[in-house]
Design a protein around this ligand. Structure first.
Ligand code: IMP
Length: 190
């Protein structure tokens, strides 16, 4: 047990050191709490859960397995930050939805809301198709980074502005496979 713990306390990626920030147990506990709340609030509403690729895939798969109400799932893919830790300020749609949004209850599932630009883009995209309702679930929210007016309905953890990796979140496509979330040790930017 000790061996496993020490092995995963620090992650080094391209000479950047990341420290354990949210462990697997904490994440799973919170995911279950969010799922329970969603199960209660969407009972009888047959929501469509939309996974925002790539980053949300791990959160999405854990969350959806705790959803016990009738529902559907779909996937949307946006461009990522690339090799940077800072948003390019541009959003490109790489994969559109395949579901009929009109008159349905939509729940967008994101890994992290940072500036809110991606979520604003996705909200516009979905709202153009007249859903019955539009809700947002994000595992992480950086409140001090928000630049757009985004109402997040389900937040796993509010975190500081520092860059994080793991549990689906990447740095230059690395670290998505980690079970925990790690935070950049220095000032958070390169
Ligand atoms: P936003 O458009 O600025 O809100 O950024 C949203 C997207 O940026 C997320 O879906 C992530 O892919 C990425 N992102 C933002 N902050 C981080 C971070 O700390 N680590 C990894 N990816 C991040």
């Amino acid at each position: 047990m000790t061996k496993n713990k020490s092995k995963k306390d620090i992650v080094i990626l391209n000479k950047n050191t990341f420290k354990l920030y949210l462990d697997e147990k904490k994440i799973q506990k919170r995911v279950l709490q969010l799922a329970n709340k969603i199960n209660r609030e969407f009972k009888g509403k047959e929501p469509i859960f939309i996974c925002v690729l790539n980053g949300a895939f791990m959160f999405f798969s854990d969350l959806i397995r705790q959803i016990t109400i009738d529902c559907e799932v779909d996937f949307l893919k946006l461009s990522s930050y690339g090799d940077s830790k800072i948003s390019s300020g541009k959003v490109t749609l790489l994969k559109d939805l395949n579901c009929e949004v009109r008159n349905r209850n939509i729940v967008m599932v994101e890994d992290i809301v940072d500036t809110g630009l991606s979520m604003k883009y996705m909200r516009n995209l979905v709202m153009q198709q007249n859903p019955k309702s539009f809700s947002i679930a994000t595992l992480l929210l950086k409140p001090d980074s928000l630049k757009y007016d985004i109402d997040v309905d389900y937040v796993g953890f509010k975190i500081s502005n520092k860059f994080v990796v793991g549990y689906g979140l990447d740095f230059a496509q690395k670290a998505r496979n980690l079970r925990a979330i790690y935070q950049l040790k220095t000032n958070g930017k390169i």
